[in-house]
Design a binder for this molecule. Structure first.
Ligand code: NAD
Length: 248
């Protein structure tokens, strides 16, 4: 089950963290994975080389998801080279935390540009290609805070909530073309993004998680592999929560 042999997948922000695990999981299931990066070319190459060393197929592609034209060109290049794009995982994201009264305008702009506009730019370019093929999978990386909110994460959580609305709308727009669009909403996952938190902050959050631990990026990637598969053909406009019960 969940085999992805012959599928072409683009994973944005695939050079580390959850994105890296998604690249590895999709490749393990047989997909050819295009590992997108913006700054970490060496890390992206390491991810692709690791996949290839284990017998999988991967390549790297640098572009900034917040640059709509660059995202469009990148998808066109993938389609030109491989003849199609079956799976887009819009994983790239940034977090800038701060209480509303302290948030700077440029922080709000950047969060919207990368997390929301970047994901929509990639989805727009990908669905264009998927429409022609009359099949496709789009997966957005939202967040538990997009559904439950969090003190100090007003702008970040707003972008992640927006992705849930986007996933549901795009799912409706493209259902007749056999393209499914879903979101994965991780809880507290151990990655570079969360590494700046103090142990005290981490302990505090873990106390609110019924499963009493942080999640792993592999656990988030598994949900993406399912949504990308043929077995998930009847799942669209949904949110899969991988959060240890933090929000139910
Ligand atoms: P991370 O910071 O480790 O990785 C994010 C990746 O996105 C990096 O590779 C980064 O280079 C890339 N990226 C950032 N801006 C980009 C841009 N403009 N263009 C292309 N790539 C860009 O974070 P992570 O923890 O692996 O998070 C991955 C996704 O999951 C993010 O969307 C994040 O919001 C979401 N998420 C993470 C957690 C968590 O606890 N770690 C929880 C919920 C949701």
């Amino acid at each position: 089950m969940f085999k992805l042999d012959g599928k072409i997948a683009l994973v944005t922000g695939g050079s580390r963290g959850i994105g890296r695990s998604i690249c590895e999981a999709l490749a393990e299931q047989g997909a050819t994975v295009v590992v997108n990066y913006v700054k970490g070319e060496a890390q992206a190459r390491e991810v692709a080389d690791g996949i290839i060393a284990r017998g999988g197929k991967a390549e790297i592609m640098g572009f900034d998801v917040a640059d709509m034209k660059a995202a469009e060109t990148a998808v066109e290049e993938v389609v030109k080279k491989h003849g199609k794009l079956d799976i887009l995982v819009a994983n790239a994201g940034i977090s800038i935390d701060g209480l509303l009264l302290r948030l700077k305008e440029e922080d709000i702009d950047r969060l919207v540009q990368v997390n929301l506009k970047g994901s929509l730019a990639c989805a727009r370019a990908a669905t264009k290609a998927m429409m022609r093929a009359k099949t496709g999978r789009v997966i957005f990386l939202s967040s538990v805070v997009g559904e439950m909110g969090n003190v100090g994460q007003t702008a970040y959580s707003a972008t992640k909530a927006a992705l849930l609305g986007a996933a549901k709308s795009i799912a409706r727009e493209f259902a007749s073309r056999n393209i499914t669009v879903n979101a994965v909403a991780p809880g507290f996952i151990d990655t570079d993004m969360t590494s700046t938190m103090t142990d005290q902050m981490k302990d505090f959050i873990v106390k609110s998680v019924p499963l009493a631990r942080t999640g792993t990026s592999r656990e988030v990637a598994a949900a993406c592999a399912f949504l990308a598969s043929d077995e998930a053909a009847y799942v669209t406009g949904q949110v899969i929560r991988v959060n240890g019960g933090m929000y139910v």
